[in-house]
Ligand binder design. Structure first.
Ligand SMILES: [Cu+2]
Length: 106
């Protein structure tokens, strides 16, 4: 778990270059939508994670190393990969009972 202050420095603008491979995920009622995202193997992709809840959430990889706190009502740009084909689970660490998701890498 990272300090909110530090994490806030990593929350970037959502301006995205057209050439980037980008996937949008939202958090609402402490659940990810979509909860399954299919991404291409062997390339770095950008996840735009929009936290629509008023409370902060921490996007945390279960099967990969990544932690980022997303303050309430804000968006974060998160780079993941490159991954081998497979399933890579992630959670919202602050609400792990409901905030679960998986990257399907093909
Ligand atoms: Cu953590």
């Amino acid at each position: 778990m990272k300090e909110l202050l530090i994490a806030a420095l990593f929350v970037t603008s959502t301006t995205v270059m057209a050439a980037e491979t980008r996937f949008d995920i939202s958090i609402k009622d402490h659940m990810f939508s979509p909860a399954e995202i299919t991404i291409p193997a062997n390339q770095r992709v950008k996840l735009i994670v929009s936290n629509e809840d008023a409370t902060p959430e921490e996007f945390e990889g279960e099967d990969f190393t990544l932690e980022k706190v997303i303050p309430g009502n804000s968006k974060a740009s998160i780079m993941v990969g490159p991954f081998e084909p497979g399933r890579y689970e992630f959670v919202g660490e602050f609400h792990e009972d409901t905030a679960k998701g998986v990257l399907i890498v093909k």
